[in-house]
Design a protein around this ligand. Sequence first.
Ligand code: PLP
Length: 389
Amino acid sequence: MAIDIKERDKKYIAGTYKRNPLALVSGKGALAYDETGREYIDMTSGIGVNAFGFADKEWQQAISNQAAKIQHASNLFYTEPCSRLAELLCKKTGAYKVFLSNSGAEANECAIKAARRYSYLQYGPGRHYIITLKNSFHGRTLLTLTATGQDSFHKEFDPFVEGFLYADAFDIAEMKKFIEEYPVCAVMMEIVQGEGGVRALDKQFVAEVQSLIKDKDILLICDEVQSGNGRTGEYFAYMHYGLQPDIVTTAKGLGGGLPIGATLFNLKTQNALSAGSHGSTFGGNPIACAAACSIVERIDEKLLQEVTKKGTYITGELTGSKGVKSVSGLGLMLGIETERPVQELVSACIQRGVLVLTAHEKLRLLPPLNIEWEQLKKAVEIIKEELAK
Ligand SMILES: Cc1ncc(COP(=O)(O)O)c(C=O)c1O
C-alpha cells in the first residue's frame, strides 16, 4: 500500500508549518511534480532557495563529484570547496573574509556576534546596541528573533537578548534619535524586506543611514539572506544603492537547495572574529560548498540582466492589472498587494498549477532565476486571471 505522505507528516512532524495540501516529489527547472504526477510552475523556488530550479544538472554534478571525494572533514582540517567558495564570494563582492555556516539565521547570529566583538575590541564593553528596522525579519533563533522588528515574534519566548532597538524604515528621525541616545555598535537591515512584505527600502533613507553612521564607526550589516545571490538583479541588493556595508549575510539561494549560510566581512571587520570566538560543526561543509560554488560561478552579468528583464516583465504585466493594488520589490523578488484575500489566491493558483508564496498580506513571487520565458509567461497569465476574480 502506498504511504500517505501527508498523513504520516501530520502524525510525526512537529506542527510548526501550515503546509499546502500537496507533496512535491520531483522537479525539473521551474517545473514541479506532486505525488499524483501533476505538474506545477514553481514561482517560489523553495522560498528563494532553488536559484537554478529543481534538479539542475551542474549543481547535481558538483554535489555528486564532491560526495564521491570527501563529504565532511570538520573545521580542524582544510578542505578545497570551502576556500574556493570564500574566494568566489570575495571576488564577486570585494569582501575580505567569509565565515560559512548552515542557514540565514546562523549567518545573522555570526554577524551580530562579530559586530559586538568588533566594538568590544575597539572601545571596550557597553557599546553593544544594534538597531534593526521595524517590519524586518532576521531568523528564528532567539538572537535573530530578537533582531526581527515585528512585535508578533516577540511573544511567548521571552526573555530575549538585550540591546536591540527597532527604527522606522521610512522615517530617519527615529534612527537618528537612537544613534544619539544609545551606545550603538551596528545598524542591521534587509535592503528589500522579504517576509515583512517585499518592500525595497527608500534610497534616500538608506543614504541617510549610511551618512549618520559613517563618522561614528557604527557598522552597517546588510541581511541579504533572501535578496542575495542574484535575486534582485545585482549580486546583492545593496549594490543597487551604492552602499558599502561592513558585514553582509546571505543563505537561501547560495546553496541552490543545500543548506549553507555565509557572513562576509570587509577590510575593517575582517578580524572581528578570531580563533575560538565562533564556529560551526557543519559550517563550510564540502558538499554544501561545492554546490554553492556551482551556483555563485554562474551568477554573471548576463544572468543578472535576465533577472532584471523578467522582474520588469512581471511588474509590467501586474501593475494596474485588475485586482492588483500595488507591486513592490526588485528583480525576481516581488510582492503583490491584492484585492482578493491572499490565502484564497494561493489556493486558487495551486489549483491552476502555479505555486506562489505570501509575505504578510501580499502575494510573493520568487521564481527560479533561470525560469524559462514560456513558463514565466504562462504562470503570470494564470496569476493575473486569478487576481482579477
Ligand atoms: C532576510 C532573512 N533573514 C534571515 C532569514 C532566516 O533564514 P533561515 O530560515 O535560513 O534561518 C530569512 C528567512 O526567510 C530571511 O528572509
